[in-house]
Write a protein that binds this ligand. Structure first.
Ligand SMILES: Nc1ncnc2c1ncn2[C@@H]1O[C@H](COP(=O)(O)OP(=O)(O)O)[C@@H](O)[C@H]1O
Ligand SMILES: [Mg+2]
Length: 257
């Protein structure tokens, strides 16, 4: 299917949605050579552009949704290998009014054919903004953490997605430290009834990457968090993660392909 749209949601801030969107985009584009568009669907508190060092967009998603700017004019190429549609950090008064949640779906459908994957960063607020992401998405990734308060928000997000009939591809369990007091994958799968697709370690490289406005996958591809993002991208494409060049040379020497 051309242009699969994946919404990244959680009903909690700070769990790692925007980080996942930027790293999934980087992995899909650079490691799997897919054509990727990332969209900041968090229109009231956008920060995908800030994660990626893009703050000077001429047009934003706000212009597309509120002022009928052509979506192609608002999409920009980035140095990270994917295209980006940011939301405005300084919307006008008119652009702060609530919006028909079907509009994002409608506008993205105009460019869907141009991409292998469109990934939407959602607002954590259970309102029309998150609904926009759900309606525009073919499937959802729900970001969660290994603690009870986050799990309770995740259960609510899963329930809402089911009510809206948007399929959930799986959970992404983020910021794991492998401590005894943390909830396990089993605990989380049992409580939500949804499989955990990926477990991502709490890793300081992710924070270092943020401070240099690069996805961790591009800043330092060998740390455990980056490897997990790449592995998740592989699950999404259905392709094997790429083998490092040095490893593939060694395999060739031994006649293993
Ligand atoms: N796996 C991780 N390891 C360490 N820090 C992380 C990880 N994932 C996210 N973070 C950090 O957590 C903070 C919140 O992440 P963010 O993606 O902005 O969350 P959200 O979009 O859900 O509000 C950021 O400082 C980010 O760098
Ligand atoms: Mg965010």
């Amino acid at each position: 299917m051309k242009g699969k749209t994946i919404g990244v949601i959680s009903i909690k801030g700070g769990v790692g949605k925007t980080t996942l969107v930027s790293n999934l985009g980087a992995a899909l584009a650079n490691k799997f050579k897919k054509k990727v568009l990332l969209v900041d669907g968090n229109v009231t508190a956008p920060n995908l552009g800030l994660h990626l060092g893009v703050v000077d967009a001429k047009h934003s998603l706000h212009d597309v949704l509120y002022d009928n700017t052509n979506i192609s004019q608002a999409i920009q190429k980035t140095e990270h290998g994917f295209d980006l549609l940011t939301s405005s950090l300084a919307p006008t008064k008119e652009q702060k009014k609530s919006i028909n949640p079907y509009k994002l779906h409608n506008r993205l459908s105009q460019v869907k054919e141009l991409y292998d994957f469109i990934v939407i960063d959602s607002s954590p607020n259970l309102n029309d903004e998150m609904l926009s992401t759900m309606i525009a998405s073919d499937e959802l990734l729900v970001v969660t953490g290994p603690d009870y308060p986050t799990l309770s928000c995740t259960m609510q997000a899963v329930k809402t997605a089911k009510e809206k009939k948007t399929p959930i591809a799986g959970l992404v369990l983020n910021k794991v430290r492998n401590k005894k007091f943390e909830l396990s994958v089993n605990d989380i799968e049992n409580a939500t009834g949804v499989p955990v697709l990926s477990v991502i370690r709490d890793n300081v490289k992710v924070l270092e990457a943020l401070s240099s406005t690069k996805p961790a996958v591009l800043y330092s591809a060998r740390n455990k968090a980056s490897l997990a993002y790449i592995e998740l991208a592989g699950k999404i494409t259905g392709e094997k993660p790429p083998i490092r060049k040095s490893l593939s040379r060694v395999k060739k020497v031994f006649g293993i392909s």
